[in-house]
Design a protein. Structure first.
Length: 448
């Protein structure tokens, strides 16, 4: 018997018996995706960690406004300008702000950075037993496994007190770069046939410096490269309580489970192409466009191909222009604005201005094409994923690490929300699902 063929038959049976008509969701006023009918999110919690703002409500109508992102009340533009004007790196300061709710002075920042520095190395035999012995083709899955495995190396893993959870979070924030870098090196060696490079974390170096140090065979990097990667880490560190991976952190932790289980769930969420995995999808889409559009500066030709993409006739058939549009942002994504400026600088430095101009042209044309094809008045703009892949590529970072880098950054926000949930939650998050099947009589075997 061919057991493999059973999966196809079983799949058809599953689809047949799990197909709920779309009008049922309307009938019962279901908030699909935890969204209201006007596209706004259903309010399920309160937070002081991050604030994402993209519209105002005027007489029950959603009015788009320029996007705003605040970390602990501080505007992301001000935060970035602050450390860049002083020619400092900002990620460690950003982590401190998110965790503790206020900006550190120099002594506090130095002490916190030293704490992170002291926790960067993975436990003894961890790399060999948990990473090298089971190399994964996907670094996000390897990262999740490494986080779950960390439970076994923790002498007090189930204590969910604030102090113990903070200790666990700081360890994960410090160790994510090594977990991701070694996961990538294992994949590159065992699956791609390249030489294996395992560099120990560099003592006294920042998070951004350590990432470049560990993923590159020669450990080399420039100050400019470090500053750009540090900026990307800051921009990805937090995005409110409602984004899918952060909400996953809060949902799972509300059950009272351990830190490692909650963070692993967040990694699984971030991996998805509708969330953190979108940056890879953007670059794959751009390669497809570059291969099929002859004149990259011809608005008509580019527009025609975008129409094909939206009509599921080109690229991966998803009907999506990756990197354009956002669940919350309307007129603009502030992270995208910052990254676009940096992408332009990088394009000039690396001689990739023609490709950068194609990005900007697609950014310009997409809202108009989207409105025409979808017959929609929804306001869309380029989001952070649209330019982040371009920046990563310009830095020579392998595409397998695009989403893991997002996780290395977002662990800061996840940790802050995890602690906030522990302090203020108190109840397991348990929304309702209505059963619309009704009672079904049991049929004896002889009558089936």
């Amino acid at each position: 018997m061919n057991y493999e063929s059973l999966y196809s038959d079983y799949s058809e049976l599953i689809i047949k018996n799990n197909n709920i008509e779309s009008d049922m969701f309307v009938k019962y006023n279901v908030k699909r995706g935890l969204r209201n009918t006007d596209g706004t999110g259903v309010l399920v919690g309160l937070t002081e960690v991050g604030d994402v703002h993209a519209y105002i409500m005027d007489e029950n109508e959603k009015v788009p406004v320029e996007g705003r992102l605040r970390y602990r009340g501080i505007d992301i533009f001000d935060l970035v300008k602050g450390f860049q004007d002083e020619k400092r790196l900002g990620f460690e300061e950003c982590v401190y702000l998110l965790l503790f709710g206020e900006l550190p002075n120099k002594e506090e920042l130095d002490k916190f950075s030293a704490l992170l520095d002291s926790r960067r190395k993975l436990p003894r035999a961890f790399t060999e037993d948990m990473i090298l012995k089971a190399p994964s083709r996907d670094i996000m899955n390897k990262l999740a496994r490494a986080v779950l495995a960390s439970y076994s190396y923790d002498s007090n893993p189930d204590d969910t007190s604030v102090e113990n959870t903070l200790r666990q979070c700081i360890d994960l924030i410090a160790r994510f770069p090594a977990m991701a870098a070694y996961g990538y090196q294992a994949k590159s060696h065992y699956h791609d046939g390249n030489s294996l490079f395992l560099h120990s974390p560099k003592e006294g170096a920042s998070t951004a410096e350590n990432i470049l140090h560990m993923i590159r065979p020669d450990c080399s990097y420039t100050r400019s490269e470090v500053e750009i990667l540090d900026l990307l880490l800051v921009l990805h560190a937090e995005h409110g309580g409602g984004n899918n991976s952060t909400f996953a952190t809060r949902v799972v932790s509300s059950s009272g489970t351990d830190t490692y289980s909650a963070i692993a769930a967040a990694i699984g969420s971030l991996k998805g192409p509708k969330h953190g995995g979108a940056n890879i999808k953007v670059m794959q889409m751009m390669e497809n466009i570059k291969a099929n559009v002859k004149n990259w500066s011809d608005e008509g030709e580019v527009s025609d191909y975008l129409i094909k993409i939206l009509n599921k006739q080109a690229n991966d058939g998803s009907g999506l222009i990756y990197g354009v549009g956002h669940a919350v942002y309307t007129l603009s994504d502030p992270r995208g604005i910052v990254l676009k400026k940096k992408a332009q600088e990088l394009a000039k430095e690396t001689g990739n201005e023609e490709e950068y101009n194609l990005f900007t042209l697609i950014e310009k044309l997409s809202p108009e094409v989207f409105a025409r094809v979808k017959r929609s008045d929804k306001v869309v703009s380029a989001n952070v994923d649209f330019y982040s892949g371009f920046v990563y590529k310009s830095l020579g970072i392998p595409h397998e690490l695009y989403t893991p880098l997002f996780a290395i950054s977002r662990i800061a926000g996840w940790s802050a929300h995890l602690l906030e949930e522990i302090i203020n939650g108190g109840r397991i998050i348990r929304p309702a699902y209505k059963n619309v099947l009704g009672k079904v009589a049991y049929t004896p075997m002889k009558d089936r």
